[in-house]
Ligand binder design. Structure first.
Ligand code: HEC
Length: 178
């Protein structure tokens, strides 16, 4: 047996186990500290949202901070000290939901770092495809739904909130198409 297998393998296995545990804990932390505002899935009734859904948040974070280190640093800082100036989400989101309240005292910096890494690794989900207008093409009455705009056709970035820009862009695209 070579040295690697004797020493390296058990270490690798241990590493895997503790990694899985860490991400499990991170998700639990998110559920306990963030999920009441940031939904992990898109609820059917979007009017109940009190903050952008998690995949929308992470889509914007990754657009501004594609590198994991930068993204994690941003999230940790923002969650403890949110300001309008730092926000990467569209101003309309802040207008609709208000600025995120600082979570200082609610979560420690170390916990937050774990949560931020978990968010970066898992959202938006790799297989995430925004639901598109007329995916089924037919409604329950058997009528063609094509041409009937759905929520998703307005919500261009798929974060569950229709901004004025998204609304105007959609209307303009429609007019051009006519
Ligand atoms: C009381 C509700 C609430 C809780 C709890 C909450 N958030 Fe937020 N969060 C918001 C709102 C509202 C926004 C959108 C406005 C903004 O960006 O400040 C937001 C935005 C964000 C953003 C995007 C920042 C940006 O630049 O736009 C990140 C990242 C974020 N939250 C992470 C978290 C994490 C991580 C937690 C848990 C530790 C958490 N939030 C807990 C309400 C909340």
């Amino acid at each position: 047996m070579n040295k690697f297998i004797k020493i390296g393998l058990p270490i690798a296995v241990l590493g895997l186990v503790s990694f899985a545990q860490a991400s499990d804990d991170a998700e639990k932390l998110f559920d306990a500290k963030c999920a009441m505002c940031h939904s992990k899935t898109m609820p059917k009734d979007r009017s109940t949202l009190v903050a952008p859904a998690l995949f929308g948040v992470m889509r914007h974070v990754k657009m501004a901070y594609p590198k994991k280190d930068d993204a994690v640093e941003f999230i940790v800082d923002y969650v403890l000290n949110p300001t309008k100036k730092k926000a990467i989400c569209m101003p309309q989101k802040i207008q609709r939901f208000g600025l995120m309240p600082s979570q200082k005292g609610n979560i420690s910096q170390e916990e937050l770092k774990e949560v931020a890494e978990w968010m970066f690794d898992n959202f938006p989900p790799k297989n995430f495809v925004g639901r598109r207008a007329g995916q089924t093409g037919v409604n329950s009455a058997g009528k063609s739904m094509r041409g009937r705009p759905s929520f998703e056709s307005f919500d261009a970035n798929g974060d569950g909130v229709i901004t004025k820009e998204e609304f105007d862009a959609f209307l303009q695209a429609r007019m051009r198409g006519m």
